[in-house]
Design a protein around this ligand. Structure first.
Ligand SMILES: *[C@@H]1O[C@H](CO)[C@@H](O)[C@H](O)[C@H]1NC(C)=O
Length: 470
């Protein structure tokens, strides 16, 4: 798979270079130097093949490092006994080198000499240690403290990996409990709302699930007005954030009738790449409520799409996300027709609001498909949406399917938070899921998180220099 990816990447670069070099310009220049130069034929295919091999070698090294991290994390968890009353001072990324009025290091701060490092875009870092980012809403929970303590074991591997492959950049462990251990230590100015940063939102969450087909069904009937609609929209956006370019998605809104938020995508699923996700978010923002909620037709439509794309999109992970404050219609027959007896499509229900006037039917769906969460405030959304990823990743967890994944390119977040950032840097992530190996959890499978490393696309470009492909 790496080779395939590298070949297509190499070809893309070749095509781009050809476009930009301007064949005419070359012709003219050639006239000036005719007689002085000789021309040597270059076999383009050979060249691309060689780039591909070099990329494969380079990425292979990264994969080895990531595998070492995954093994270390699984062992660390295996030998760690959970301690509900644990106290543990980890180093918090936002407090590194922060002092109080008396000049003493603040709790969780620590003192670390930082040095500008070429490998980290000249950012000041300390390569002796990693530190931890924790979103405020899960600050100092026992599971975070236990995870932070347990994952200290990774420090050694981070350093060792970096020594073995100095081209490595950021290495991380993103825990499914919500903390993020990042190597090396760096200084992050807290001015861009980093405190609310939740590593589980980042795209390497793709590492934790296989590709999926998702239809989001949202109730826009009259009762969904005000805060309910706001929570519903936030839930949709949060779900969209968990999807990547390996996933396929569509969004259906229903009241008296069923409509696609993007009519051009009627009856099908589209790739959940960044463009489509952003496009959906804009359309969702425009949703208004009106009329009565006729959920039956909306569910029927969703099952139909998923049936149609079967074998076309992502093979076996299909889900419908139903977001509503209660269903007035009984729609058992829809399930009978489309989803029984295999229950191939998983239906996740997000029930919005505090009081549940018409919730019985929705509860029925939940009971018959098992997945049901109650979302009454905006703050609930994140945790509830994360739950579905755990369900979808379960088969993979049980099979201990350690698939290496490559995420789509994204901006280096550390760069984004750094005011001195000279240029935006595109990165891709090489990541791998980490599972619990404890005997008592082996049978139902527990996903501990994801380990990975970032690779700058610039590194890859360096292997296929422009002048060679012109
Ligand atoms: C749990 O952690 C607390 C605080 O760090 C410690 O006092 C206690 O001995 C630990 N319990 C076990 C069973 O290790």
């Amino acid at each position: 798979r790496v080779q395939q990816w590298a070949v297509s990447f190499g070809k893309e670069i070749a095509a781009l270079s050809a476009r930009y070099s301007g064949a005419k310009l070359l012709q003219k220049k050639y006239k000036d130097v005719e007689g002085v130069v000789t021309i040597e034929e270059v076999n383009g295919e050979e060249l691309v093949k060689r780039f591909a091999e070099e990329m494969e070698e380079m990425l292979g090294r990264k994969m080895k490092s990531v595998k070492r991290l995954a093994e270390a994390a699984e062992d660390a968890d295996l030998y760690h006994e959970y301690n509900e009353t644990m106290e543990f001072d980890y180093f918090n990324a936002l407090l590194i080198n922060t002092v109080d009025e008396d000049g003493n290091a603040v709790p969780l701060g620590g003192e670390f000499p930082l040095e500008g490092n070429e490998h980290f875009n000249k950012l000041p870092v300390n390569t002796q240690m990693s530190n931890i980012q924790v979103p405020t809403n899960v600050y100092n929970r026992p599971d975070i403290l236990n995870g932070a303590y347990m994952s200290e074991a990774l420090n050694e591997v981070f350093i060792d990996n970096f020594q073995k492959d100095p081209t490595l950049t950021w290495q991380y462990f993103g825990s499914s409990t919500g903390f993020f251990r990042l190597y090396p230590i760096q200084w992050i100015p807290d001015e861009n709302g980093v405190v609310t940063f939740d590593c589980r939102n980042r795209n390497y969450i793709q590492a934790a699930t296989s590709p999926k087909d998702v239809v989001i069904v949202v109730d826009v009937s009259g009762s969904m007005k005000g805060l309910r609609l706001t929570i519903a929209k936030h839930t949709i956006n949060t779900i969209l954030d968990t999807l990547g370019e390996n996933d396929f998605v569509n969004i259906i809104a229903y009241s008296d009738y069923v409509r696609y938020v993007e009519p051009c995508f009627k009856g099908t699923l589209v790739q959940a790449d960044l463009d489509n996700r952003e496009h959906f978010k804009l359309l969702v923002e425009e949703l208004h409520v009106k009329g009565e909620g006729k959920v039956k037709n909306a569910m029927k439509e969703s099952f139909k799409i998923l049936n149609e794309v079967l074998g076309q999109g992502s093979l076996c992970n299909q889900a419908i996300m139903l977001i509503t404050d209660g269903a007035m219609e009984d729609f058992q027959e829809v399930f009978e027709e489309f989803n029984w007896p295999e229950r191939r499509v998983r239906v996740f229900t997000y029930l919005i609001g505090r009081e549940m006037t018409f919730a019985d039917n929705v509860k029925w769906i939940a009971c018959n498909n098992k997945y049901y969460t109650h979302v009454s405030t905006l703050a609930d959304v994140q945790e509830n949406v994360m739950e579905y990823l755990h369900v979808l990743s379960r088969p993979m967890v049980i099979n201990h399917d350690h698939d290496i994944i490559w995420t789509e390119a994204y901006m280096d977040s550390v760069q984004l938070f750094n005011t001195q950032a000279q240029s935006l840097l595109l990165m891709t992530s090489v990541a791998m899921p980490v599972f619990s190996k404890k005997k008592e959890t082996l049978s139902h499978g527990i996903l501990l998180g994801v380990v990975g490393t970032d690779v700058a696309l610039r590194e890859l470009m360096r292997l296929a220099p422009r002048y060679k492909v012109n």
